[in-house]
Design a protein. Structure first.
Length: 248
């Protein structure tokens, strides 16, 4: 608990058997109440590693539902368990669990209701191994999104995200896509509801076992992201009624 708030870590997993233990052991369990791992039909032994570590809530998808589909299961279970602070931590060790304490305290003290771990704040992205084409794409997409959405985030593409339970109850994340564009659709929903997003600097780590998408899927993702931001802009201008933003 943090100030009488229940803290839940959700871990969307796919082929995470080699990195799960290292990630899990760095979680600050003096603050964290529950850990949920959702395995998206991994072909490896991610489930066995999770059970050996004693993770209480392990859910396995019988078929792969995609990155967004995995998150839907994660957040639904976290709400079912009564989470007041819910943080998505990838089990591939690309994002350090050592930042969890800071992210928990920002939400727990009522400063912000959403916190992102940004790989772009500071100068560590390229030093940490982010491929140059991904860095350039990240910068271009973020600039375009900030203009279209009238915001000032340093990046929209981090997978390190913390939410208050209120945010997860108030945004219709179940309407979002089941693939990687889920993250940006959920950001649109968050801004639409009037929430602000805080950012903390997150060290960047790229290595063989860390999850990543290939160039072709990156291109598809980039076009999808621009589409999300454009539709959000039109909706804010009153020129487009976008069902994704409405709870009904």
């Amino acid at each position: 608990m943090y100030k009488n708030k229940k803290v839940i870590i959700v871990m969307p997993a796919y082929k995470a058997s080699l990195t799960l233990e290292k990630t899990y052991l760095e979680i600050p369990f003096d603050l964290v109440d529950e850990v949920i791992l959702v395995d998206d039909a991994s072909p490896d032994n991610t489930i066995e590693v999770a059970e050996r570590l004693g993770i209480k809530h392990v859910i396995r998808h019988d078929k792969n539902k995609g990155y967004g589909g995995n998150q839907k299961t994660c957040y639904s279970k976290a709400l079912e368990l009564g989470g007041d602070i819910v943080i998505m931590l990838h089990p591939d060790y690309q994002y350090t669990p050592l930042l969890l304490t800071a992210m928990i305290s920002i939400i727990g003290n009522g400063l912000y209701q959403v916190v992102f771990g940004s790989r772009i704040l500071g100068k560590g992205a390229l030093k940490g191994g982010m491929p140059m084409y991904k860095y350039i794409a990240n910068r271009f997409l973020t600039l375009a999104q900030n203009i279209l959405m009238n915001q000032k985030l340093s990046e929209y593409h981090t997978g390190y995200r913390a939410f208050s339970g209120e945010v997860l109850r108030n945004v219709p994340f179940h309407k979002c896509d089941d693939d990687f564009v889920f993250d940006n659709e959920m950001i649109a929903q968050i801004f639409w509801k009037g929430y602000e997003i805080a950012e903390v600097t997150c060290p960047t780590k790229y290595f063989d076992e860390a999850s990543s998408i290939n160039f072709t899927r990156s291109m598809k993702y980039g076009l999808g992201v621009l589409g999300v931001s454009s539709r959000y802009c039109l909706a804010k201008l009153g020129l487009w009624k976008w069902n994704l933003l409405e709870n009904q």
